[in-house]
Every structure is written in structure tokens, then in C-alpha cells.
Design a protein around this ligand. Structure first.
Ligand code: FMN
Length: 202
């Protein structure tokens, strides 16, 4: 037996709970930017995914904080660039620390005790400890109608990989056991890389 829930008949909070507990695990786009004054910003976004390989496009959906824009969106609009830091197991606690609802004067790299490096390709900083970073330019903003979220599409113009990350021979496929990327479940739950099942395509 199943029962049908009408999204129009539940609260916004319940819609959030349903969608974020069923669309799982979600990758985490850990977005680093500069603001207009040159201050660094870093925050995680799990309404995030890769949406095209050629060109390489990613999309991140940014909500509001009590009716005001989040720092990340303000910075994406003013600087037109960002870095996406892949959240790996050793960086999980630091990622969580950077989700603190703090003002633009707070540098979340400092807040979380992270090293900050400057991208070569785009006008944005990145997490020095992160083994895999996408350097992106904002390519498009998509209005989501009634939703307070804004979808920002970025084009990847550089992929920075640590030498500690092996690639499968003759390919650009990064070894998932070496990467150890973390996924987000609902609320404060995360999925750590553990058991893997390999299924050849039919
Ligand atoms: C794992 C994780 C995923 C998150 N995903 C989103 C998201 O997809 N969209 C969003 O608006 N906020 C999301 N948040 C909340 C933001 O990270 C939080 O509001 C942060 O303070 C925004 O920072 P900023 O104002 O510096 O951009 C998430 C938080 C965590 C811990």
C-alpha cells in the first residue's frame, strides 16, 4: 500500500523535509567566492549537480536567508566566478562549519581553519586542502518562478586535481576510493564512502 501526498496540501517545511530525504544522497557543491570588497566566502550547497559534460556545466540552487540574499549569490552576481570544492571525508567537519549563517564580513575559510588559495583561471579563492576543485564562470541564472531559490549555472573552465588522486589508466576517471567524496542525506546526515557495487551496463 502506498499513499499519495499532495505537495499543495503540506507546509513548506514538510515539502523541504520530503524532497531532501528522498533525493539522496546529494553531492555537495562547496562554493567559494570573493565579495566586491575582496573578502572570501565559502558555503555548502546540496541543491547541486553536474548537468553537462561538454561543455562542463554545474548548477547550484541558492535559497534566501529570512528574505535576504545569501552571500554566495551576491558574490556570484558581482564577480561572475566561483570555485567548487569537492567535499571529501577529511573535510566533512570543516564543510559543516562553513554553513554557519554569518555575515559577509566573516571569512568562512578562517572560521573553519582552512587554507585559502587563489584560482588561476577565475576570480575566486578555493580550499587549499581540497584534492579536487572546479574553477567556474557563471554562465546563466535561471529564475525558478515562485520559488525563493535561484538556480545558477556555471561553466567549468579548469579542474584542479591533487597529485595524490590517481586516475584510472588511460582515462580521466578519478579513483573514487582515493577521492572519498561525501554525499548529503537529509538534515545533518551524511553518507560516507563505504561499500561499492560495480554493475556493468547491459
Ligand atoms: C550540507 C549543506 C548543504 C546545503 N545546501 C544548501 C542549498 O542547496 N541551498 C541553500 O540555499 N542553502 C544550503 N545550505 C545552507 C547554506 O550553506 C547556509 O545558508 C550558508 O550560511 C550560506 O552561506 P552564504 O550566505 O555565505 O552563501 C546547506 C547547508 C549544508 C550544511
Amino acid at each position: 500500500m502506498t499513499h499519495l501526498i499532495d505537495p499543495a496540501e503540506i507546509s513548506g517545511r514538510e515539502r523541504y523535509q520530503l524532497i531532501t530525504s528522498l533525493v539522496v544522497p546529494r553531492p555537495i557543491g562547496w562554493v567559494s567566492t570573493w565579495d566586491e570588497a575582496g573578502r572570501a566566502n565559502l558555503a555548502p550547497y546540496s541543491f547541486f549537480n553536474a548537468i553537462s559534460a561538454s561543455p562542463m556545466l554545474v548548477a547550484v540552487s541558492i535559497g534566501q536567508r529570512k528574505g535576504t540574499l545569501k552571500d554566495t549569490l551576491v558574490n556570484l552576481r558581482s564577480r561572475g566566478a566561483f570555485c567548487l570544492n569537492v567535499v571529501t571525508e577529511p573535510l566533512l567537519e570543516a564543510m559543516n562549519a562553513t554553513s554557519a549563517e554569518v555575515g559577509p564580513e566573516v571569512d568562512e575559510f578562517e572560521l573553519a581553519g582552512l587554507g585559502r588559495a587563489t584560482s588561476e583561471r577565475v576570480d575566486a579563492p578555493y580550499v587549499a586542502e581540497c584534492p579536487a576543485v572546479f574553477e567556474c564562470e557563471v554562465s546563466q541564472e535561471v529564475d525558478l518562478g515562485e520559488s525563493p531559490y535561484v538556480l545558477v549555472i556555471g561553466e567549468v573552465v579548469g579542474v584542479r586535481l591533487s597529485e595524490s588522486l590517481p586516475l584510472a589508466e588511460g582515462t580521466m576517471t578519478v579513483d573514487s576510493d582515493a577521492l572519498r567524496a561525501v554525499g548529503r542525506m537529509s538534515g545533518a546526515e551524511y553518507m560516507l564512502p563505504r561499500e561499492k557495487k560495480v554493475l556493468p551496463r547491459p
